[in-house]
Design a protein around this ligand. Structure first.
Ligand SMILES: *Cc1c(COP(=O)(O)O)cnc(C)c1O
Length: 375
């Protein structure tokens, strides 16, 4: 059996005619930069998210960087970030000479919580970047309450949870990334809304931040050749926009396929006592960018080797806490205490194959292989 971590080829085969036509039409138009395809995708994405301002850019890392630039933070300002995340979240903070303050996460959902955030706030804190890890939202209403109380900005790293819904206490539902001041996402090919190359976007409902983000992504220009700020050059190219506009129409159906695979895993692995299957965050749907198990008996690496030998791919997201990465040592205060949950997660998480094309035969084989290890 040929089981893959991500299967973009089969997914493409279902939408091939539409995609091929869209790509060819961009080539024929020669409108490679900006132009109608980028405008159309922007409008469609804005409607999907119910976000007033969408700023497409070159990748998710740029989106995070541009968001922090638009907030006009000053060198040395503290930005709180979970230590259990992809490096990009902290990298942009360090690049802008801001100070990443790395904090722990919830042991069940693996997400930042309002309590952890509040405990880390100092008079120098200017912003927080909650990460909606593996496909479900942090408890954004609680996080926004803390952020508003202390007057700090909230930039959501929504690279992994695009399309997830967050339900507020009043019953209203919003897309993840639209609850904070700015939302950032990535269209890296394996993300839930993946391009056929790099891409990213920022979005906001704030009428002053929207134009500022657009300006920062475009060399700090408001008017062509008039520069009000030091910006960057970060664009989504038209071919990717054309592909994304098509894939956006399928995004909810893709989420449903992932949720179906996750439900199968839950049903068949939930009874293995050495495993913790994904714990759902209250008030959020889960779009399963990853299906991540926690191996409770210390045998995570042995399980990975067992799966590999049987032809089942798996991945460790993430093996090393950010504060233990060589590049970040200079940012860690001398009295920094290792974060116990992050430490434990780095040693015990494992992600199983998760994509839109998993069928029951593959799922059954994966589950049997996992269960055989614990039998
Ligand atoms: C993928 C990802 C990013 C970065 O996206 P790129 O498009 O690869 O730059 C940032 N944060 C998280 C949590 C991600 O998963």
């Amino acid at each position: 059996m040929n089981i893959q971590m991500v299967d973009l080829k089969t997914q493409y085969s279902h939408i091939q005619a539409e995609i091929d036509e869209a790509v060819l039409s961009v080539i024929r138009s020669t409108a490679f930069i900006n132009g109608p395809k980028v405008k159309d995708f922007k409008a469609a994405f804005s409607t999907y998210l119910d976000a007033k301002h969408v700023i497409p850019c070159a990748n998710g890392t740029d989106a995070l960087q541009i968001a922090l630039m638009a907030l006009e933070l000053q060198p040395g300002d503290e930005v709180i970030v979970p230590a259990f995340t992809y490096v990009a979240t902290a990298e942009v903070i360090a690049l802008l000479r801001l100070r990443p303050i790395m904090v722990d996460v919830d042991p069940h959902t693996f997400n930042l919580t309002a309590d952890i955030l509040e405990a880390a706030i100092t008079p120098r804190t200017k912003a927080v970047v909650p990460v909606h890890l593996f496909g479900q939202s942090c408890d954004m209403e609680a996080i926004m309450q803390v952020a508003n109380k202390h007057g700090i900005w909230v930039v959501e790293d929504n690279a992994q949870a695009i399309g997830a819904d967050y339900t507020l206490a009043d019953g209203s539902v919003q897309k993840t990334g639209t609850l904070g001041h700015i939302g950032c996402t990535s269209f890296y090919p394996s993300k839930n809304l993946g391009a056929y190359g790099d891409g990213g976007a920022l979005y906001t409902n704030d009428d002053s931040l929207g134009p500022k983000c657009a300006m920062m992504a475009n060399h700090g220009q408001v008017k062509r050749y008039y520069h009000d700020a030091i910006g960057v050059n970060s664009r989504l190219d038209a071919m990717q926009a054309a592909i994304l506009e098509i894939k956006l129409r399928h995004l909810d159906q893709y989420a449903a396929a992932r949720q179906k695979a996750a439900a199968y895993y839950d049903e068949h692995l939930g009874s293995v006592s050495a495993l913790q299957v994904p714990v759902r965050q209250a008030n959020s749907s889960h779009v399963f960018h990853q299906y991540t198990l926690l191996v409770k008996n210390g045998k995570r690496d042995e399980l990975a080797a067992h799966l590999k030998a049987a032809g089942v791919p798996s991945m460790i997201y993430y093996p090393v806490p950010l504060y233990k990465q060589n590049a970040y040592k200079a940012f860690i205060p001398a009295d920094f205490q290792d974060l116990p949950i992050t430490e434990a997660l780095c040693e015990s998480v494992i992600s199983l194959p998760m994509h839109t094309e998993l069928d029951e035969t593959a799922l059954a084989f994966i589950c049997q292989t996992v269960k055989a290890f614990f039998a």
